[in-house]
Design a protein around this ligand. Sequence first.
Ligand code: SF4
Length: 469
Amino acid sequence: MSMFKDIPVEVGVIYEGERIRRNDMQVELGGPTVKEKFELAKVLPMDAVEDGKITIIGPDLKDLKEGGAYPLGILVEAAGKTLDAGLEGVIERRIHGYLNYIEGFMHLNQRYDVWMRLGKKSFQKGMNSFEYIGKVLYRLFKSELPIIEKVQITFITDPAKISAMYPAAVADYEARDSKARGLKDSEVDTFYGCALCQSFAPSHVCVITPQRYSNCGAISWFDGKASASIDPKGPVFAIPRGEIINAEKGEFSGVNEAAKKRTMGEVTQVWLYTAFDHPHTSCGCFEAVTFYIPEVDGFGVVNRSFKGATVNGLPFSTIADSAAGGRQIDGFHGMSIEYMRSKKFFAADGGWNRVVWVPKEVKERVKEFIPADVVDKVATEEDATNIEALKTFLKAKNHPVVARWEAETAPAVETAAAEETVAAEGQMMPVMTAASLPIMAGGFKIILKDAKIYANKVIIKTVKDEKAK
Ligand code: SF4
C-alpha cells in the first residue's frame, strides 16, 4: 500500500462492496435527491493534459455540511499515444471500481446516475478533501491502465458549473451509445463479460453483446472489446459465443460456460432475450428494472430516477430489491435504458408488444425505437397509476397484450376441468420458481436452489394494506 501512504484512509480491494448507511455518512454526492450529477472520461491530445493535476471547482469535502446531499461532477481527462476516444467508456467505468477501493467511500451507478457516500469515520480520519480522492484515482489509472500516459482529474461541486457541463456530458453518452447501435449479435463470434459488480452481487456477470448493453448502461460491446484488449486481466473479458442453443431466447453455449465459471457454478444457464425462466442476472446498478404484471400479462419498466409508486403500487427501490443481488428472478430483469432500443429487447417475450407501462421520461428517451403501431398503446404514469386503470387503458387502446387475455380466457372450461383434476389428486400448483431464491430469517440468509414453491392458496397484500391495519 505504499502507493497510498499519504492518503488518510486505506485503499484496497477489501473495501469494495462496502455499503455506507445514511446514519453513517458524512456527505452524499449525487444520488436520487440530486438532479444533475455526472462522471465523464475524455481522451485529449497529449499537450492538453497536465499529468497528475487535480482541480476542485466549488466547495471541497470539508466545506460540505454533514449529512447533506450535494451535486458532483467528476471529469477524468486522459492522454496516451495509443489512447483514442473509443476507450472513454472503459476509462469512465473504472471510476466505479477505483473509488470503491477507498475505505469508507461508496460509489454506485454510472454516468448521470452516480451516487456516492463518504462515511463519517473516514472523514474523521482526515479524508476531507477531493484532493485525496483525486490522488487515488490518478495512481490507480496510471498503474492499472498503462495505456494512459497522462491524466488530470477535476471535481465539480459548484451547481452552476455542473449545470453548464451537464448537457455536453449527456450528449457524449448518447454519441457513444449510438455508435454501438446497428451491429447484430449474429454478426460477431465474441461477446464480452463484466464481473465488476461482483463485489456487490457475487453471482452476477454482465453479458455484453452488440444487441444487449451492460446492465449499468455504461459498457457497450465496443467498450467491452476495447477493455478486454487493453486490460485482459481486468474485470471485462471476452466470451467466445459458442454454439447457438436457442436463437429465439438468446441462449449460447459460450455464455452458459462463462456464467458458470465466473459465478462458481451459481448461474449455469442464461437466456439473453427474455425475462422468464433463465433471465440475465441483475446486479444492483442497473439503470432500470422490468417487472412482470400478471394481471395484464405484460411488463412494466421503472428507472432509477422515477419518484413514487409504479403502476403496481411499488416504488423503484422495492422492485429493484426483488431483482438485485446477482439473481435470476422469473419476470424481473435489471437492465440498461439502451437495451430498450435494441431489436433483441425481450424479443422472445414479444418485445415492445409486451410492454404495458413505462415512466414518461423513459418513454420519451426511447420513443423512436418503439414500433409505431405500439407507441401510443404503452401507458405512462399519466395514463395509469394502478392496475385497474392500466387494464382500462390497454383495452381502450387495444394494446397487443389484450389479444393474449382473450387467448387465455378462451379455453376456460378446459382449464377449470384440468384444475379440478389436479385438486382432486391433492396436488398443488407451483406459484413461484427461481434458480436461486434467498430468504432472510433470524439473521441468516437461506438460499433455495432451483426452488419451486407450491401453495394451496396465495394471498397478495400491498404494503399499504398491511400498514393500515
Ligand atoms: S453493471 Fe455489468 S457492465 Fe456495468 S459495471 Fe456492473 S458488471 Fe460491469
